[in-house]
Ligand binder design. Structure first.
Ligand SMILES: C[S@@+](CC[C@H](N)C(=O)[O-])C[C@H]1O[C@@H](n2cnc3c(N)ncnc32)[C@H](O)[C@@H]1O
Length: 162
């Protein structure tokens, strides 16, 4: 069974919404990157999806801590104190098959619970723990903004759509 392309889109949108600056995607998917760019243009911030031909060069050249998210890793709670205030963090998640040498290439292998689940959930939990609740400052330049409501939908901005 092939990978559901919606999952990669959900990964990008989740990373963006919870505060990531960019997503490196191997193999590149220009159509997906374009869809996410349109969403960022409307909803603000500078998040972008950057296609890469080889994940190894991204990991090797990253000027910070490389954290591979895997259910086999150290519990996130144990890893977090090492990441807080340590500079830039690259979260790496797998798709259908994770290359074994990623476990060695990463600075840290971290588990969000020692049970199998999803890369989208893992990224969401780690970003939430690292960055806290999103605030409007992350989404400067938005053309469209939600006004939170107890019931119903309110969106302000040019060309806002429901
Ligand atoms: C659905 S899993 C597939 C894993 C793949 N079958 C393999 O060879 O290990 C996709 C990705 O979700 C992430 N993931 C799943 N469960 C996790 C957990 N408990 N903690 C951290 N990351 C997790 C990992 O990044 C994993 O590579």
């Amino acid at each position: 069974m092939g990978r559901d392309p919606r999952l990669t889109t959900h990964l990008a949108l989740t990373a963006r919404a919870l505060g990531a600056e960019r997503m490196f995607l191997e193999p590149p998917d220009p159509a997906l990157a374009e869809r996410v760019a349109r969403i960022s243009a409307a909803w603000g911030g500078s998040f972008a999806v950057e296609g890469v031909d080889d994940w190894r060069s991204v990991v090797r050249q990253f000027p910070g801590t490389v954290v591979h998210l895997t259910m086999y890793g150290e519990p996130l709670e144990r890893v977090l104190p090492r990441l807080e205030g340590s500079g830039p963090v690259l979260l790496v998640v797998g798709g259908a098959k994770v290359p074994p040498n990623l476990y060695r290439a990463a600075d840290v292998n971290a588990a969000v619970g020692s049970q199998p689940h999803s890369e989208v959930a893992a990224v969401a939990v780690v970003l939430d723990r690292l960055l806290g609740a999103p605030d409007g400052k992350r989404f400067r330049g938005a053309r469209r903004r939600i006004v939170p409501q107890a019931r119903g939908k309110k969106v302000v901005g040019a060309g806002s759509r429901r």
